[in-house]
Design a protein around this ligand. Structure first.
Ligand code: ZN
Ligand code: ZN
Length: 193
């Protein structure tokens, strides 16, 4: 199993069980203890999980670790934060879906990532998520974009708060078109192709 998939699987397992032992992870993922420890170190560094003796639990929402958005430089709210993984194994944070899409659009090789379900605060694999764009709920950047694990939840929110419902591919395409229409806020990017 490749590393990114394993990382996602670990996060899912930890979230489902609210905690899991290294021994159980080794068995379920069918990899060595060493590999599990390496994965856990990487995930802990990104603030997604917390290691305890012999195992791992979901990260406590502590104020001690503050992730900074790689796109706009704001602090990332735990409720809307995105964790993006680059092909070269780096982890980048975004304050919300809006900035996450900006980062994915700007940085090549940033294709995998995890978000937080807006209603239940569970981990969502971004390509499998549903997105409510430009609803009346604005808790981070505008245009606002919220992520949901379940399409029905996103539809219910759409009924109440408006906005467009998109899957990941539609969201990325929509953002690319939007980014082409407006220049980046920081400016200074070479636009010659
Ligand atoms: Zn941001
Ligand atoms: Zn934001």
């Amino acid at each position: 199993m490749i590393r990114d998939l394993r990382h996602q699987k670990i996060i899912e397992l930890v979230a489902q069980k609210q905690g899991i032992t290294v021994r159980e992870l080794t068995r379920l993922l069918n990899v060595s203890t060493m590999t599990v420890h390496r994965d856990l170190s990487a995930l802990e560094a990104s603030g997604l999980i917390q290691r305890v003796h012999g195992g791992v639990v979901t990260a406590r929402r502590s104020e001690s670790r503050k992730e900074i958005c790689g796109y706009c430089g704001k602090e990332c709210p735990s409720r809307t934060r995105l964790t993006l993984f680059s092909d070269s194994g780096e982890t980048v944070f975004a304050c919300c879906v809006h900035c996450g899409m900006g980062l994915m659009h700007r940085e090549r090789g940033l294709n995998a990532g995890l978000g937080v379900d807006f209603l239940y605060e569970t981990v969502v694999d971004l390509p499998r998520g549903y997105y409510l764009l430009e609803s009346q709920i604005r808790i981070c950047c505008t245009p606002s974009a919220l992520v949901f694990a379940d399409r029905r939840d996103a539809e219910r929110m759409q009924k109440g708060f408006g906005g467009k419902l998109l899957d990941f591919a539609e969201l990325r395409n929509g953002f690319a078109a939007m980014a082409a229409a407006h220049s980046a806020p920081s400016g200074g990017e070479e636009s010659t192709d």
